[in-house]
Design a binder for this molecule. Sequence first.
Ligand SMILES: *Cc1c(COP(=O)(O)O)cnc(C)c1O
Length: 454
Amino acid sequence: MKTKILLKEADMPTHWYNVMADMPNPPAPPLGPDGNPVTPDALGAIFPQALIEQEMSPERWIPIPEEVREVLRLWRPSPLYRARRLEQALGTPARIYYKNEAVSPAGSHKPNTAVAQAYYNKQAGIKRLTTETGAGQWGSSLALAGQLFGLEVEVYMVKVSYHQKPYRRSMMQTWGANVFASPSDRTNAGRSILEQHPDSEGSLGIAISEAVELAAQRDDTNYALGSVLNHVLLHQTVIGEEAKKQLEMVGDYPDMVFAPCGGGSNFGGIAFPFFADKAAGKEVQLVAVEPTSCPTLTKGVYAYDFGDAIGLTPLLKMYTLGHDFMPPGIHAGGLRYHGDSALVSQLHYEGLVDAVAVPQLETFEAGVLFARSEGIIPAPESTHAIAAVIREANRCTESGESRTLLFNLSGHGHFDMSAYDRYFAGELKNFDYPEEAIRESLAHLPKLKFDMES
Ligand SMILES: *Cc1c(COP(=O)(O)O)cnc(C)c1O
């Protein structure tokens, strides 16, 4: 009876799986400010050609460069666990498996794409990458990847997190990145915010504006994004590819696959390789799990909207709560995005991907049960998937069915212990989605000629 199901280094995937090849309808293109599809040239100001091609490629399999695989081998293949102790704690007949992405140096799945993005930028002759980070998961992943490929990394970290999460900042600095509290005085965007609001605590939207402004200004500088875009989800598909092989080794196959869903990258990463089977007729249910306080897929609308708060990015067709929606300050910082991946959104719209929302207290309860049975302390984001799996396992207990449930443990919670402290102190609350706030921000969706005609 295996606990960890391990692949050899030589079994690490050689190709990324591109879900666009198996989608029943072509993905809706990103639109520029004029309402026309964005051209590759327009993206060339901030992204390297290879990533722009991946963003739009119809190829089912895209080779992973050997230099990228060499770095991924520092922690991949990641282990698949059979969660027997959690099954026992629940007394469920369900078989529960989880892929452990917490084993990366940064402690989450995010380095899977950071490494690929750093590689392609280096190949294109880029010297410096700029990015934003909220709680610091993405900034630390890009700092690591930049260091391994010899690129300078500048991280614009939302000011309130810069002061509240000093250890994520220390990690970035240890890996050689320059970290600035955003809004900063280094960009026009930052300076103009500081003029109007000298005490601004910052926001992801402002930090994105600063990072994009710098990347657009300099030929030797590009921008990197940690979720949402097609190429980011593509790079994460090593998770699901490995999981399929690992389940095959124990003769099992999931009835349901779960992952927490913020911008959709770790969900796409574990679920898309199973979607390939679903497209070929196999029965498997793919479930994205989000917080009730930021219920993009479960309560948002499917429409073109900006990717950032200010309206600088192209328009993406996605489930959105409105680009100026401000979710309540829950502790799963990585799940507080107003939109979602266009690929995940389209598949959800077409009924091929499911979504559930879980309230905050249930996620912490699940996280603590997981830590006390399996040992690993999960990131607050990951606890969302665990909570949804526990609901399903309890359903199996009632019905006596023995279903196979797989989830992605997207990261560990070692830098989120203050959130656990507050949970134990009884200070956390459930936030139901603020219906009023969503209605208000949905009133500000960009108006497209295109939408009004249809
Ligand atoms: C960033 C993050 C998420 C959410 O981002 P996705 O792009 O939806 O995967 C989930 N879990 C962890 C640990 C994260 O760092």
